[in-house]
Design a protein around this ligand. Structure first.
Ligand SMILES: *Cc1c(COP(=O)(O)O)cnc(C)c1O
Length: 408
C-alpha cells in the first residue's frame, strides 16, 4: 500500500491501560461494517446500536442512557436543541385532523410551532389555561391525540396539576408530553406523575455554561420511542458527539449548581416579595404562590429561575431598572453559571389572560455568583426607581380614586 493510502487508514492506538474518567468523544458520519451482509442488516440495530453517525454514536448513546436513568425510564433520544426535541415529539405523534391541547403558558416557540406550523398541516391547536386540572376533559374530543404541559409555565410560572391532567388524558386514550426544563430530572419526574414523554432542554441546567444547545426526549413506552426515532431519521435530526460530551460533563456538576442556584433564588425571591417596588414575585416555592401546594406535592426542589412584576407605577420604567443591573446580564435562556435577566413584554405572547399587574414581567436566572452580590445589584437598581416616590404615586392614585368616588 502506498503511503497516501496508509494515511487514510489510521488505526487507533490501543486503549489498554487507559482508564479515563471522562466519556470519549466519538465523532462519525460513516460507520463501517465487516461484511456486506452486516451492512444490509444494519437497520436491525437502528434503535439500540449503530448504523450511521446521525442516528447515534457511543457518546450520544451514553448521554441518552444517562437521561433515561435520571427519569427511571428505558428510552431516550437526544436532539440538537430543546425546541427540536419538542418539534420531533409533536410531529411524531400528530397527523392531519388531530387536535393538540397546549398550555397557554408554554414556551413561546412550542406554541407558535403548533398554531402556525402544525395548523398548515391540518392539526388543530387549542390553548388551555394552565390551571385547568381535570377540566381538561372538556377540551378532549375523539380527535385529541396529545396534551402538552409545562410546569411551571415559561415566564408566568404556573404549576400544573400533572396527575389530574394525565389521568383525564389517559382515560381518553391520548398522550401527555411534559416540558420539564425548569425542574430538570433532579426536581421533578413527570413520568411518575402520569406523563408519557418528557422533554428537557439540556441547553439549560444540564449544559450549565451557556455554550451548549441540546434537548432530550425520555419515555418508558417502547412504541413511542420507536416512532420518535423513526421520525428523527426522516427529518435528519441527530446530535454531535462533541455536544453530547459537553452535556455529560455538565451532568456531573448539575446537582451542586442547581442546589446553589435554587437556594440563592429563594433568598432573593423572599427578599423581593418584601420590597415596595415589587407587585408580585412569581416563584412556586413561596408559600403564598398560587402553585405552592401542587409544587410541594409534586416537586423535590426549585431551580434558579423565577419572575417578578414591578408595581404598576414602575412598570413604565422597567427598562431603566433592567439597564441599571451590573452583575445580571441581559439575555434570553437560563441555567448558566452567570446570572441573566430577561425583560418580558408582554409576558405571554398573544395571550394577556393571567396578567399580574400590567403585562410586563422580569425574569431572573440565578447563577453561581454569591447571593450578596446579586442582592446588592438588584437593590442598587431598585433604588433608582425611588420607593418613596412610588408610595407617593400610589397614595396620589388612591386620593384621586377617592375624589372621583366623591364626585359621583
Ligand atoms: C429553552 C427552553 C426550550 C428550548 O430549548 P432550546 O435548547 O433553547 O431550543 C424549551 N422549553 C423551555 C421551557 C425552555 O426554557
Amino acid at each position: 500500500m502506498k503511503r497516501e493510502t496508509r494515511l487514510l487508514r489510521a488505526q487507533p492506538a490501543g486503549d489498554e491501560g487507559f482508564a479515563s474518567l471522562s466519556v470519549p468523544v466519538t465523532r462519525a458520519s460513516t460507520i463501517v461494517f465487516p461484511t456486506s451482509d452486516a451492512f444490509e442488516r444494519r437497520y436491525e440495530q437502528f434503535y439500540d446500536g449503530y448504523t450511521y453517525g446521525l442516528y447515534g454514536t457511543p457518546t450520544s448513546r451514553t448521554l441518552e442512557a444517562r437521561m433515561a436513568e435520571l427519569y427511571a425510564a428505558e428510552y431516550s433520544l437526544c436532539m440538537p436543541s430543546g425546541q427540536s426535541a419538542t418539534v420531533l415529539a409533536l410531529t411524531a405523534l400528530l397527523k392531519a385532523g388531530d387536535r393538540v391541547l397546549v398550555t397557554a403558558a408554554a414556551y413561546g416557540s412550542t406554541r407558535t410551532f403548533c398554531t402556525e406550523m402544525l395548523a398548515r398541516f391540518g392539526v388543530e391547536t387549542v390553548l388551555y389555561d394552565p390551571a385547568i386540572g381535570t377540566d381538561i376533559g372538556a377540551l378532549i374530543n375523539e380527535r385529541t391525540r396529545l396534551v402538552v404541559i409545562e410546569s411551571p409555565g415559561s415566564n408566568t410560572m404556573e404549576i400544573q396539576d400533572i396527575p389530574a391532567i394525565a389521568q383525564a388524558v389517559r382515560t381518553a386514550g391520548a398522550c401527555v408530553l411534559a416540558d420539564n426544563t425548569w425542574a430538570s430530572a433532579l426536581n421533578c419526574n413527570p413520568l411518575d406523575l402520569g406523563a408519557d414523554i418528557v422533554m428537557e432542554a439540556l441547553s439549560k441546567h444540564v449544559g450549565g455554561h451557556a455554550d451548549l444547545l441540546l434537548g432530550a426526549l425520555v419515555t418508558r413506552d417502547e412504541a413511542l420511542f420507536r416512532r420518535m426515532k423513526d421520525v428523527s431519521r426522516m427529518m435528519g435530526l441527530g446530535v454531535s458527539a462533541d455536544d453530547a460530551s459537553l452535556a455529560l460533563r455538565g451532568l456531573q456538576t448539575m446537582p451542586l449548581r442547581m442546589e446553589r442556584e435554587g437556594a440563592s433564588a429563594l433568598t432573593l425571591a423572599r427578599w423581593l416579595a418584601s420590597r415596595p417596588e415589587i407587585e408580585r414575585v412569581l416563584h412556586p416555592a413561596l408559600p403564598n404562590d398560587p402553585g405552592h401546594r401542587l409544587w410541594r406535592r409534586d416537586f423535590q426542589g426549585a431551580s434558579g429561575l423565577f419572575s417578578i412584576a414591578l408595581a404598576v407605577p414602575f412598570q413604565e420604567r422597567m427598562a431603566e431598572f433592567v439597564d441599571a443591573l451590573r452583575v445580571f446580564r441581559i439575555g434570553a435562556s437560563w441555567g448558566s453559571a452567570q446570572s441573566i435577566v430577561t425583560p418580558q413584554t408582554p409576558h405571554r405572547v398573544g395571550d394577556e389572560a393571567g396578567a399580574t399587574a400590567g403585562n410586563k414581567l422580569i425574569r431572573f436566572s440565578i447563577g453561581l455568583e454569591p447571593v450578596e452580590d446579586l442582592q446588592a445589584d438588584i437593590e442598587a437598581a431598585l433604588s433608582l426607581l425611588g420607593a418613596d416616590a412610588a408610595q407617593t404615586t400610589r397614595a396620589r392614585a388612591l386620593d384621586k380614586r377617592e375624589l372621583q368616588q366623591e364626585e359621583r
